[in-house]
Design a protein around this ligand. Structure first.
Ligand code: ADP
Length: 547
């Protein structure tokens, strides 16, 4: 019995138990049947005496009528009492059991208890006549059964523990593997992860996070306040407000911002955070930060290049245009001046030489007409740029042009405000021409704010649908504003107050908008600066142009 309690390996335990049972009870055959959690019966060991000792097999099967008298098993299960049958042939409630009838065995079936709970059944049979199971056998078997119940349970727990250990090691290994790939992924994508426990106000951060922000070697936690200290002063307000608002409303946050690392280096960061759980008050955020410095730098380079290009393009077209206008108009003008001088001289003769004077005046008329033709030709030139019209979202054109101007806005520290509220923003038009108008208006606004240092500089782009079927776009600045004199002549060709100006931008813009069935207008701003706006018909999906 001692031997049995020391056994902890389930296989060897069963072996020992069954051998002991068969030997002590003088049985030829024995089964160990256990009651599983869901009250299902399972035969787990089957032992038989042979010439060279007891043979034990581990099995896993339902008890069946070919193995044992099921009527006895169910009676034991039902009553919880041991059952012994006597000599075959002697009467008992089970004499009719087919197994007993065919095998002619005497059997003993003993319940196994562990702490008053039935956990299994030991079944023994004896076919050797006339020996049958005695009360002494029964005592030994019951004792063994209660010992076995405890040992088997311990062994089972132990086996489960072993299995659990194996499992745990496997999971640990997988976890380590996935951690490694996560770290690699973070390194490759320049992305660090963070988890923010709001109650403790502590962010737990990954290695890559620490690397991106340049945290000291072992530091893997940071408070939100300390994190915000790293944020660029110009971005600080925006980011701290975003954090506060997101936490208050329990919503996700996302922002691009700059940080100053402790070593003084400035990095561009894209940060994203998601609340965890859906309780009314969020206690935790999970998120990532990505170092987008390289991307931003190349984007900025592209933007500067594009803006330069746009400026150059604008300057060269205007420049070329003026040069050719000057050249073309100059000749008729000189001829007019010359002929007018000649006419004066013919008229001042005594007597006046009227026919000569007439010839000169006729010359003047025809030169004047030539000049007029040139100007009409130029107008046609600006008007007849092959227009290719399509359905475009005016807001998209705005974003594009503002992006071109972004570096200029930043350089002059002009704040940009979008109030694009129009629901219907699709127009039908030539997107190149409309962008030309937008660029003109924005460049003018920037120019108008160039010399101003005593107030905040703001460029506002807003839109709305003033009535169904129309969209209105406003560009306002806080620049020098419009004097009545300027306001009157703004849209005139060649009217400019700028040293380098050509005075063509607004007149061309005006005609472009007119050709799109709209109107470009200007007015002084409410307090400072000026407001330029135009309205255009919106274009609905059916291809109908509202009017
Ligand atoms: P340019 O920009 O070459 O001068 P424009 O036709 O675009 O030609 O503008 C004509 C004039 O209108 C400018 O010289 C300037 O005096 C005035 N103007 C245009 N936009 C603004 C503005 N946003 N604020 C003040 N004045 C403006």
């Amino acid at each position: 019995v001692r031997a049995m309690t020391e056994e902890i390996d389930l296989d060897r335990l069963m072996q020992t138990l069954m051998t002991l049972l068969l030997e002590r009870a003088g049985a030829q055959r024995g089964l160990l049947i256990r009651i599983l959690d869901n009250n299902v019966l399972e035969t787990q060991a089957c032992a038989e005496t042979s010439s060279d000792g007891v043979k034990v097999r581990r099995v896993k099967e339902r008890p069946s009528a070919t193995d044992m008298p099921l009527s006895i098993l169910s009676a034991v299960m039902r009553t919880g009492q041991e059952i012994r049958t006597g000599k075959p042939g002697s009467f008992s409630p089970f004499s009719q059991d087919a197994y007993l009838v065919t095998s002619g065995a005497a059997v003993m079936c003993v319940p196994m208890y562990k702490q008053a709970k039935m956990v299994g059944v030991l079944y023994l049979e004896n076919r050797v006549m006339p020996e049958i199971f005695t009360a002494e056998h029964s005592r030994i078997v019951r004792m063994l059964a209660s010992q076995a119940a405890v040992s088997l349970e311990t062994a089972r727990l132990y086996a489960e523990l072993l299995e659990e250990n194996v499992q745990r090691r496997r999971v640990e290994k997988e976890l380590r593997a996935s951690q490694t790939s996560l770290m690699l992924g973070e390194r490759i994508s320049n992305t660090g992860t963070w988890r923010w426990d709001i109650d403790q106000d502590l962010m737990f951060v990954s290695d890559e996070y620490a690397r991106i922000l340049g945290l000291p070697d072992r530091q893997r936690t940071i408070s939100m306040a300390d994190f915000l200290m790293l944020v660029h002063p110009e971005d600080y307000q925006r980011i701290s407000r975003l954090v506060t608002d997101s936490v208050r409303n329990g919503v996700s946050m996302r922002a691009e911002f700059r940080v100053f690392r402790p070593d003084g280096e400035c990095r561009y960061i894209l940060g994203v955070g998601n609340p965890v759980g859906d309780e009314p008050s969020v206690a935790e955020y999970f998120g990532v930060i990505t170092d987008i410095t390289a991307r931003r730098q190349s984007e900025d380079a592209v933007r500067v290049a594009q803006a330069d290009l746009a400026r150059v393009a604008r300057a060269t077209t205007v420049g070329q245009l003026t040069a050719s206008i000057a050249h073309e108009i100059n000749q008729p003008l000189m001829s007019i001046v010359a002929n007018a001088g000649a006419s004066l001289r013919w008229l001042s003769r005594e007597p006046a030489m009227l026919s000569h004077a007439r010839t000169s005046l006729e010359e003047i008329i025809s030169e004047g007409e030539r000049a007029g033709n040139i100007i009409r030709g130029l107008q046609a030139l600006t008007r007849n740029q092959t227009a290719s019209r399509s359905r475009v979202n005016l807001h998209h054109l705005v974003y594009h042009i503002v992006a071109l101007s972004r570096s200029e806005l930043e350089r002059q520290q002009i704040a940009l405000q979008y109030q694009l509220k129009a629901q219907d923003a699709f127009i039908y038009g030539d997107s190149v021409q409309i962008q030309q108008v937008l660029l003109n208006l924005i460049v003018n606004a920037i120019d108008a704010m160039a010399g101003i240092h005593d107030r905040p500089l703001t460029l506002t782009v807003s839109s709305l649908n003033p009535e169904p079927g129309r969209i209105r776009l406003d560009i306002t600045d806080t620049g020098i504003g419009l004097s009545p004199e300027v306001q009157e002549r703004l849209f005139d060709s060649f009217y400019t107050t700028k040293e380098q100006g050509m005075g063509m931008g607004l007149s061309i813009s005006h005609s472009i908008i007119e050709r799109h069935a709209g109107r470009l207008q200007a007015a002084p701003g409410e307090r400072h600066g000026s407001r330029f706006w135009f309205t255009l018909p919106v274009h609905d999906e059916q291809g109908e142009q509202g009017e």
